[in-house]
Ligand binder design. Structure first.
Ligand SMILES: Nc1ncnc2c1ncn2[C@@H]1O[C@H](COP(=O)(O)OP(=O)(O)O)[C@@H](O)[C@H]1O
Ligand SMILES: [Mg+2]
Length: 329
């Protein structure tokens, strides 16, 4: 097995504060293989941005290690760190382009800082703009671009120094859904063509569904859940699966309960699930549900609305049909 390209071990970050210290990262272990697109999700305050800042050592971890492309960054002195950071590209929600420079000038900027000679710079910039589909906008100024084009420039700029790893912090959160899909398509395409490893922080499950190979759920600075997308969606009782395959939250009548059924057609066929529900009779009703293909797996979630006094029977019928079922309300 090849060494993971991003490896975190027991990563901790504590922000000292007057009252109680804030433990923003509480022992994170993470392995992202070369060429993978890995999503980091979690509520606001979970530690996602701190994680990304610690990955580049822009924020010094309190303890633990960060290893990128075989190099342990957490042990490097500041001068070495500066060149190591060129192996890491960063893409943010707000692109922050230099308004007085053209698109080409903006993409050239990191190359100037890295001391790349002018002639080489020009050809590299042309190559990068081609890569992100903006070859015809080289001489435009940021004010002339749409949000999606702006993010393409941000991505070209991040790739300028040929990084091995692309870190994206909410790259599509300022974009509409059609533009989001285009940008995610571009990121996937770049991964396919360049073999770059991508870590993408997002609060949007749609982003995870669309491009991630694997995902980590952070909560209060800890890893709550992680895995390959196909494994996560087929895992019953998983928080991530719940959010990746949402069903509507419906009103519930008096003396009625909701039993939630989750299954993957790898384990049990839909008609078997439906037969088990039908056997409960007419006072049990499928109130909401979804059946879809996600990460190459066919998965379903159904909510069965039924009288309180039928819950035990429902659970036992469903369990004997080989379906995961639990009372949710
Ligand atoms: N520079 C800072 N100083 C003190 N506390 C911070 C700092 N940055 C983040 N925090 C705290 O660390 C926790 C994680 O924050 P953050 O990494 O921004 O989460 P997320 O990006 O998931 O919303 C929060 O409780 C936040 O208030
Ligand atoms: Mg954040």
């Amino acid at each position: 097995m090849t060494e993971p390209q991003i490896q975190l071990r027991a990563l901790r970050k504590i922000y000292p504060a007057k009252g109680a210290d804030v433990v923003a990262l509480d022992g994170i272990d993470l392995d992202v293989p070369r060429g993978a697109i890995h999503g980091i999700v979690g509520r606001s305050g979970a530690g996602k941005s701190t994680l990304i800042r610690c990955l580049t050592l822009l924020e010094r971890p309190t303890s633990g290690t960060v290893t990128i492309d075989g190099q342990e960054l957490s042990g490097l002195p500041e001068a070495k760190l500066r060149s190591a950071r060129r192996r890491i590209g960063m893409v943010f929600q707000h692109v922050n382009l230099l308004d007085s420079r053209t698109i080409a000038g903006n993409v050239a900027y990191p190359l100037e800082i890295a001391g790349v000679p002018r002639a080489q710079r020009a050809s590299r910039v042309a190559e990068l703009l081609e890569l992100v589909g903006l070859a015809d906008r080289a001489d435009a100024y940021p004010a002339e671009l749409s949000g999606g084009q702006m993010q393409r420039v941000g991505i070209a700029r991040a790739l300028a120094t040929e990084p091995a790893v692309l870190l994206c912090d909410e790259p599509t959160s300022a974009l509409d859904s059609a533009t989001t899909r285009q940008i995610l398509g571009l990121i996937r395409d770049l991964r396919d063509r360049l073999g770059i490893t991508v870590l993408i922080i997002t609060h949007e499950m749609a982003v995870v569904r669309e491009i991630c190979d694997s995902v980590t759920l952070l909560g209060h600075g800890k890893v709550v859940e992680h895995g390959a997308l196909g494994d996560v969606v087929g895992k019953y009782g998983s928080h991530l699966a719940r959010e990746l395959i949402p069903v509507p939250d419906l009103p519930l009548g008096v003396e009625r309960s909701l039993v939630e059924v989750a299954y993957s057609t790898d384990d049990v066929a839909t008609h078997v699930v439906l037969a088990a529900v039908a056997a409960l009779g007419t006072d049990a009703e499928i109130a909401a549900g979804t059946i879809e293909t996600l990460a190459g797996r066919r998965v379903g979630r159904l909510q069965i609305d039924l009288p309180d006094d039928r819950v035990e029977e429902a659970l036992s019928r469903l369990h004997s049909a080989g379906v995961h079922a639990e009372v949710t309300r």
